[in-house]
Design a protein around this ligand. Structure first.
Ligand SMILES: Nc1ncnc2c1ncn2[C@@H]1O[C@H](COP(=O)(O)OP(=O)(O)OP(=O)(O)O)[C@@H](O)[C@H]1O
Ligand SMILES: [Mg+2]
Length: 272
């Protein structure tokens, strides 16, 4: 089966000869379709760089990147990729519903490309945007402007917008980092519901160990200088993952394992 996302020997450097720094050094990663994968690691270890490369916003210096066997730019043209950036970036002059619907208008050419890449016979079914908004708790806010929403509501609108594309691969860069604990937990639940409903592959960046364990099938631990993958940990916990599970020893055992690997990653440098 073709991977939903595949990186092979990906290298990305920034700066001139004198200031050269290696943001990603020989990154290999293969993500199975329909799985939820989190990236976790110290600040500056290349998580956002990796996401931007998969999104086709940056080119690697060397190595190969594939999204369902095609290049990121082809995947974007076929509207296979959705990106939820760290800040919601809604268009201020459009109401919530219009913001959500805008990028999801799938033109015929994009639909044809998508079918060809995924080897599907039928066009992807359009998403019921109003149902998605309601599920995200934004039913009453559909006709409000972004400026009339709280930060958490704007985040949710950005998430719904990405899902409305029905992306096959959803890239999320710390989407919940600015939210309070309760809003965050509620959005995690909504994200898992949507992921389950829409059968999407998710690549999710977070600094929260609990969030990574709670959401993911696989947690990828990265280390800095140079940015690289140091551990890939499969989270073998049943779904749906509910409040009771979060109190169980096996949930905390995964948290402890990742904390320990992360701790090691903090102390890893070229020199070490
Ligand atoms: N456009 C750029 N020009 C120069 N250096 C860059 C650029 N983008 C990223 N970097 C550098 O590459 C490294 C990786 O950055 P990146 O943003 O991917 O880290 P990150 O893991 O997402 O960190 P954080 O957790 O703080 O968001 C950092 O050292 C950063 O300074
Ligand atoms: Mg980042």
């Amino acid at each position: 089966m073709t991977s939903a996302v595949e990186l092979r020997s990906v290298v990305k450097q920034y700066g001139s000869a004198a200031t050269r720094m290696t943001a990603l050094s020989g990154v290999d990663l293969s993500i199975r379709p329909g799985t939820f994968v989190s990236l976790i690691g110290p600040s500056g270890c290349g998580k956002s760089t990796l996401l931007r490369i998969v999104a086709g916003l940056e080119e690697p210096d060397s190595g190969d990147v594939g999204v369902h066997g095609v290049s990121p730019s082809e995947a974007c043209a076929a509207k296979l990729l959705g990106l939820v950036p760290q800040t919601p970036a809604l268009l201020p002059w459009l109401d919530v519903r219009a913001n959500v619907v805008l990028p999801s208008r799938l033109n015929r050419a994009a639909a044809r490309r998508r079918r060809r890449i995924l080897e599907e016979r039928e066009d992807v079914a359009p998403v019921d945007v109003d149902l998605l908004l309601a599920k995200a708790g934004l039913g009453d806010a559909a006709h409000k402007l972004p400026a009339q929403l709280s930060g958490g509501m704007q985040q949710r609108a950005a998430i719904v917008r990405a899902f409305a594309l029905r992306p096959d691969v959803l890239l999320m860069d710390e989407p919940f980092s600015a939210l309070d604990e309760f809003t965050r937990e509620s959005l995690q639940d909504q994200l898992l519901d949507l992921w389950d409903d829409l059968d999407t592959t998710v690549l999710f960046v977070t600094h929260s160990i609990a969030e990574a364990v709670r959401l993911s099938d696989t947690v990828v631990v990265m280390a800095p200088r140079p940015g690289r993958i140091v551990d890939v940990i499969d989270i073998d916990l049943p779904r749906p993952r509910n409040a009771r599970l979060f109190e169980e020893g096996r949930f905390h055992a995964y948290e402890d394992l990742i904390r320990e690997r992360l701790h090691r990653a903090w102390h890893m440098t070229d020199a070490a």
